[in-house]
Design a protein around this ligand. Structure first.
Ligand code: PLP
Length: 437
């Protein structure tokens, strides 16, 4: 049994941090599309505003406004690395996860010989499948780690049958954006490393609910989307330092050499150049300092003892946020059992360590799209569709074109708004005549 933390998530305080929840107009919306992208706290907005007002000039220049902007960009990058327990030169802040993975696949391409094998899973979002399938053009063999057609789970035994001496890379999700399953990444890392391969993990669905420690997980590459983690529309990619020498530069040919020669403190390092052609939106990177301030405010507000590591502070905050999310998940699962027309993919586990609070529903005779639109008209935000996890849906017998209705939580959701969703959904199913189908 889990020992509950002595500290209790102060949901009223947390909600105060989000301008969208407190604005008279946008505050009417009960927001359950968090797996698509979360709201941002005021700290992020303020840092963005500050950058745009005072330092919106080309960074890395010799004058004050530029130096201050540079400092914000560099500090934010250092903190993001610290957040996942990586060293600063092991992290790239890119446009998004899809772009980061595409660039990585291009950067690694020359490392693979014809007949080398890459394993991808049927559980993943397509952004962690398509870039690897493209390498088939160069003779790489891509093998699929299948999911169970009923539970949607990945079994380690199945991986054992795929791993071999030609395995170079295994690409998997930490937590599925459809079935929510949390996979045992450490166990997979041990198996993959035993055959001399690398492990790449998509943490996009997992990271909004847990602190990340890439070293403890033993991964070689880890990606997450900062805009689903209360930040701006950016993606973070960790690449273990030992792999850097294997990456082919994706940026301007001369740049890595030029930057290697730089002695200026604050100049971007090679990885950040090689995997980030043209760099990314400066103001968005700088406002990640607001994300740091947000987690630090929550850490302080909940009375945790001082802690020098940002990763540890996030970890404390996520632990009590997780208890709140677990309570909401229980509330949801109890209600769901009263709804014969709704069937959830991936089971009813409420233990956050095993299942993310992202729920994909089949809705009997009512179309997911119709329900999503009707909920939107009633100021409740959910989404319908395939969520780019076509293979996962197909294997579970769901037509990706009609897709599922997806409800997903963030730690700022309240029990009251979840109840509002349940009551409204109940009424909609009743009036559509689809409640008991
Ligand atoms: C599990 C998962 N992986 C990857 C992605 C792609 O992320 P991005 O939008 O940052 O490219 C998403 C986006 O929804 C996702 O849910």
């Amino acid at each position: 049994m889990q020992t509950p933390s002595a500290k209790v998530w102060d949901i009223a305080y947390v909600r105060q941090q989000f301008p969208a929840l407190n604005d008279p107009e946008s505050g009417k919306l009960a927001f359950f599309e968090n797996a698509g992208g979360t709201y941002v706290p005021h700290q992020v907005v303020e840092h963005l505003n500050h950058f745009m007002t005072h330092t919106k000039v080309q960074p890395y220049g010799p004058y004050r406004a530029s130096q201050q902007g540079t400092q914000a960009i560099e500090q934010a990058t250092v903190k993001m690395a610290e957040m996942v327990n990586a060293d600063e030169d092991e992290v790239v802040i890119g446009h998004c996860t899809t772009m980061n993975l595409y660039l990585l696949s291009m950067a690694l391409r020359k490392q693979f010989a014809a007949g080398d094998e890459i394993i991808v899973t049927e559980q993943d979002h397509e952004s962690n499948i398509s870039p690897w399938l493209r390498l088939q053009e160069f003779g790489v063999k891509v093998r699929f780690w299948p999911i169970d057609p009923h539970s949607g789970k990945l079994a380690l035994d199945d991986l054992d049958t795929l791993l071999g001496e030609r395995t170079r890379l295994v690409c998997m999700t930490h937590s599925s954006n459809i079935v929510g399953d949390v996979n045992d990444v450490k166990a997979v890392a041990d198996k993959v490393h035993a055959v001399g391969g690398w492990l790449l993990v998509d943490g996009v669905s997992y990271a909004p609910h847990h602190a990340i420690d890439v070293k403890a997980l033993g991964v070689d590459v880890y990606v997450l989307s900062l805009y689903k983690l209360f930040g701006p529309h950016l993606g973070l990619m960790y690449v273990r330092r030992d792999l850097h020498g294997q990456l082919h530069n994706q940026s301007l040919e001369q740049l890595p050499k030029l930057y290697a020669a730089y002695t200026n403190p604050g100049a971007p390092n090679n990885l950040r150049i090689a995997l980030n052609p043209g760099l990314v939106n400066h103001e968005e990177v700088a406002c990640l300092l607001g994300l740091v301030a947000y987690f630090d405010d929550l850490h302080q507000h909940h009375g945790f003892a001082d802690e020098p590591s940002f990763q540890r502070r996030v970890s404390r905050v996520m632990a009590i946020a997780g208890e709140h999310e677990t309570a909401l998940a229980r509330q949801w699962q109890i209600w769901l059992k009263t709804q014969p027309a709704l069937s959830q993919l991936g089971g009813d586990n409420t233990v956050l360590k095993q299942r993310s609070p992202t729920w994909a529903l089949q809705c009997g005779s009512t179309s997911p799209r119709t329900l999503a639109i009707a909920l939107g008209e009633r100021e409740i935000a959910v989404q319908s569709g395939s969520f780019y996890a076509w293979r996962c849906l197909e294997k579970l017998g769901v037509d990706p074109h009609s897709g599922v209705l997806r409800v997903s939580l963030a730690h700022f959701n309240s029990s009251e708004e979840l109840m509002r969703l349940c009551i409204t959904l109940d009424g909609l199913l009743e009036s559509a005549g689809g409640k008991h189908v």
